[in-house]
Design a protein around this ligand. Sequence first.
Ligand code: NAD
Ligand code: ZN
Length: 254
Amino acid sequence: MPKMNATAVARLAELVRAADRIFVLTGAGLSTESGISDFRGPNGLWTRNPAAARIFDIEAYRNDREVRVAAWRHRLDSEIRAAEPNTGHKILASWQHRAEVTIATQNIDGLHQRAGAQGVLELHGTFWQSRCLDCEYGCSTDVVFARVRDGEEDPPCPACGGILRTATVAFGQTLDPGTWRTAVQAAHTSDLAIAIGSSLAVQPAASLCDVALLNGARLVVLNAEATDYDPTASLVVNERIGPTLAAVDAALRA
Ligand code: NAD
Ligand code: ZN
């Protein structure tokens, strides 16, 4: 085993083995090992380029064509397009065969599903679908990419001429109510909640940890850096996600 906190691995394996209903909340840190930058980690997109945050501000996106042009260029170049699921995604999907495991993710990259996970709750939507901000039109984001490559810097909605955007939740937008309700319910009925690769700084997603805790679940935080939820957790593991989950999975199989 690589150098790792063996006690934490054994403890996490014990908690997973004992749990009947596990609620997993994942964040951008789970996908950094697939080559997708997170926002707030040491190598994060915003840590390197604070101006990039404007792309994720819905008012700026609506009002400023330059922001939309930059956003489409950014998406076309996005690391998400070439990424493959990693060990962590695959192990979490496999745990759905050993317990009732609900995965709620803040990620928009679709990698949980591509690793085989079922019923993934995409709290912040998906990069792979786009829709019009002004009418009901929606399409695969690949369709919009083809238009951008053909020279439309800010492709308008083909139905109404309105503004197209990926089906992702920007700051200033509310979460899909159905997805949110299902996530709250899953957190509420869980006996173990595991937050993985999230700074737990984005609300309301992080509050799902509170929902689980208030209902008596134990909380585990697996993240490279400290989070505000660490004091409430039964176990905090400040290690790399892939190797940690691989070690826990090996312990579960032993
Ligand atoms: P965040 O960027 O705020 O936090 C990520 C955390 O993961 C950091 O604390 C970092 O230290 C940790 N981390 C990074 N790599 C790690 C590793 N290999 N092992 C252990 N820890 C690691 O991410 P967030 O909490 O998900 O919030 C960011 C928002 O940005 C989300 O709302 C999400 O929608 C969006 N986002 C999504 C993606 C994606 O889909 N992959 C990527 C970037 C941002
Ligand atoms: Zn439209």
